[in-house]
Structure formats: C-alpha cells, structure tokens
Design a protein around this ligand. Structure first.
Ligand code: ZN
Length: 450
C-alpha cells in the first residue's frame, strides 16, 4: 500500500469513527455504579408505580431498589425527580435486515446496501427506547455480532435466521418463469441472502432447522400459512404438513429451544400447535376457540396492530390481502381483552420502509394505535414484562441469560428514564423527546438529564 493510500485510509477510518461516535455517543462518564434518585418505577409487571425510590445499577445489573437513601462510592448520581424509570421496550417481532429499504430492494438490491440500512435502523431502534428485539427472519447474525461487540449501537437481538418456508409458501419469492430449485432452478433471492429457506419434506426441514441453530438462532421461525407480502401464497393457505412442522420442533427442542410460526388463520395455526410450536406470530384471522386453546395450552401470541388497510409500497395484490388482515385485527384484540390468561406480546413487524433510513417510527405509532383497545399499562406490559417469559423459552440458546423487560433487583440493566408517568400518558414513551435516558446492559446511550 502506498503512503498516500495509507493516509487516505486513516482519514476515512477516522471520519467513520467520528461519525458513528457523534451519531450515538455512549456515555463516557467514569465506570462505576449509577444511582437513580427519587424516581417512580414501572417494573414492567405491576400497574402500580413504586413511588419515590432509589435504584442502583452496578455493571450491567440492577443491584438495589430502595425507598431508603442510598449512596454509591465512586459512582455517579442521576436525579430522576419527576421521571419514571421503566424497562427498555422489547419488540417481539422485527426484521432488522429488511428495514430501511423498500420491498423491491429486499429482492433486487445487493445485500451490502441492505446491511448498511439495517445498521442505521438498529441504531434508531435503540434510540427509540427499544433495547431488545426478537428478529423474526433475516440473516441478522452479523449485525447482532457487531452490536454485541460494541462496534455499532443497537438493541439486543434474538435471531431466528432464515424464515423457513415451503415451495409456494410465504418466502417463495420466485417469479413465475423461475424453476423450482429442487428441479434445477435458482434458489429464491431471499434464500441466497440467507433471509429465507425454501424446503419441502422432513429431511430438508431437519437440515435447514439445524443450519439456523448452527448459525446461532435463539428460536426457529416457520411460515405455516398464507402471507400478505408473499407473491405465491394466498392468505387462506395452510403451509407445511404436520410431519414437517414436527420435524422442525424436534430439531429445535433437541437444542433446548422452540419454534414460532407466521400464521394468520385458524386452520394453519391449529395444525402448528398440534405440531408442537410454542408461539404464533400475527394471528389476526383467528377465531375465538383457537385463542381460547392458546390460552389453555400456554401458547404465546405475538401480534401487531395491522390497522392500516392500505400501505404504500405494497402491490395491489398484497394490499388486497392486507385489507383482509386489517379487518380481522380489531376483532382479535377485542377477544384478547376478554382473555387475561392468554400470553400476549407486542411486536411491530417492521418489514419494509418507504425509503432508506425510514421505518422505526412504526414502533411509536403502533403503541398509540393500541390505545383503541388497551390502557397504557396493558400496552407497555405487552412490550416489557410479558416478554420476559417468552425470551426464556430459548433456554440454553438464550444469548442474554438473565431477566429482561423488568425492573427488579438482579435483572439486566436495560432501562429508560422517561419524563412523566407513561401509565397515565403513553406519550411519555412514544414521544422520543420524553425518553431522557436510554440504558442497555448498564451502558448509557442517551442522556439528556445530566
Ligand atoms: Zn414478520
């Protein structure tokens, strides 16, 4: 390398390092315990706030919560008067690798472009107060690694890896002229990028499930029924056979984890539950008996308020399916409201965006949309305390062992300090300006208090 090139490289590296630092500066205050004084605490579970308490964070854990005066030797004190300390938001259903780009870009652009956009989205996601995501399809492993090793800011990621789908299923994005890969055709583009995996039959299902586990999946995601975005799968279809689903479940359970499935309809979801899956993504077209079965059998519902019946960026065919899902959404939320035993988490399903770098505002908008059915407490619990148990289902594959989504002694320190009381006005969280401190794993990523 010539000296000139070395100089240019150093300058470029220096500029990039400065830009990333300037965009999200991790707090450079001295290491040591952090004491939040005079805060009200929403613990992620209870509707009643703990009022006027003091909370200590040591390293990456919450170590003390007390109404007594506390002191931290060599530490730092943050006066939280007038603020509420609460768990970081957990988005139970995202696609970081498909965010910040349009639908055609998912299919037709080089992956490097998508990766850069997802890096920006990961940062914005964290800066919206979302400290953990369950990533429900996408080759997110490299992004997760770069976040975890501190190279870039972003939320904790529970990766699924490729969404596993059958020929003619949700992730089969081949055009009509493209032959099936089983018969010499090219694999669908999302499969080539590691975002999808088109499989048929038990042996392929076992191989591809084990492949995701090998890459570090904390749970496995199958598509077991028709989708909105898929171009070859009508909404009413049931995908995979019982034996194929059972094969994925067996491979996942041999690694101590679980299978979750994309599914809207009663038929598709009941077959998946028969096959041993533990969680349903979406479910907007379910009937009441299926929801009751889920409540009885402890099956999780990870649902999104799909109340926009037409979305720019979708084709007419996709929007026709979106309209049907949209119609079912309100009905299912009303039934959920009547079923306190049903385990429900909130996920955004941020998937495509109107343009580069846009998309994370969805998290905020959806929280406000949910007010049509739920109280702020119910909404925030779906995004914090409820998710704790779901994340534990990953067992030994859990990349972040410990309690997330709750404020209690011993839990991991993913915390938001927000202005006001979010249980009275959800804007205390959904308005980004009201989030004064964002802490993940004990590190402060935003601080506009002191
Ligand atoms: Zn999704």
């Amino acid at each position: 390398m010539t000296i000139m090139r070395q100089v240019i490289k150093r300058v470029v590296v220096g500029i990039l390092a400065f830009c990333s630092f300037a965009a999200v500066a991790q707090d450079d205050a001295p290491a040591g315990p952090i004491l939040f004084t005079n805060v009200d605490v929403f613990d992620g579970v209870n509707e009643k706030l703990m009022e006027n308490v003091n909370v200590v964070v040591t390293d990456n854990k919450i170590t003390q919560i007390s109404s007594e005066d506390l002191a931290v030797a060599g530490g730092r004190v943050i006066n939280g008067e007038g603020h509420t300390l609460m768990p970081g938001i957990i988005d139970a259903h995202t696609h970081l690798m498909f965010s910040g780009i349009t639908f055609p870009e998912v299919l037709f652009q080089r992956q490097s472009y998508g990766t850069i956009q997802s890096t920006l989205i990961a940062r914005d996601t964290l800066m919206n107060g979302v400290t953990t995501v369950r990533d429900m399809a996408g080759d997110v492993f490299g992004l997760k690694r770069a976040i975890d090793d501190g190279s870039i800011p972003g939320p904790r990621v529970y990766p699924s890896g490729a969404m596993i789908s059958q020929t003619s299923g949700h992730a089969d994005f081949r055009l009509p002229a493209q032959d099936n890969p089983m018969f010499g055709g090219a694999r669908p583009v999302p499969d080539q990028k590691g975002h999808g995996a088109q499989v048929d039959g038990v042996p392929q299902m076992l191989a591809v499930t084990r492949e995701q586990l090998r890459l570090g999946a904390s749970q496995i995601k199958l598509a077991v029924g028709g989708s909105v975005s898929g171009i070859n799968d009508p909404l009413d279809t049931t995908q995979f056979t019982l034996e194929e689903i059972q094969a994925a479940v067996a491979a996942a359970e041999n690694w101590g984890t679980y299978v979750t499935v994309h599914g809207y309809t009663t038929r598709a979801v009941n077959q998946a539950i028969d096959g041993g899956v533990k969680s349903i993504e979406h479910g907007q077209l379910l009937d009441k008996p299926t929801l009751e079965r889920m409540a009885k059998e402890g099956i999780w519902l990870s649902i999104q308020p799909f109340t926009l019946c037409h979305e720019d960026g979708l084709t007419d065919a996709q929007n026709a399916k979106q309209a049907i899902v949209c119609e079912g959404t309100g009905k299912v939320y009303e039934w959920i409201k009547q079923m306190p035993d049903l385990k429900v988490v909130h996920g955004t399903d941020i998937f495509i965006s109107p343009g580069p770098g846009i998309g994370v505002s969805e998290e905020v908008e959806q929280m406000e949309r949910l007010l049509k059915w739920f109280t702020p407490y119910e909404i925030l619990k779906m995004s914090t305390g409820n998710a704790t148990e779901l994340l534990q289902l990953s067992g030994p594959r859990n990349p972040y062992p410990g309690d997330l989504g709750v404020v209690k002694e011993g839990a991991l320190a993913d915390l938001l300090l927000v202005k006001g009381n979010p249980l009275e006005d959800i804007k205390a969280v959904s308005n980004r300006d009201n989030i004064k401190i964002i802490m993940k794993d004990g590190k402060i990523y935003k601080n506009t208090v002191n």
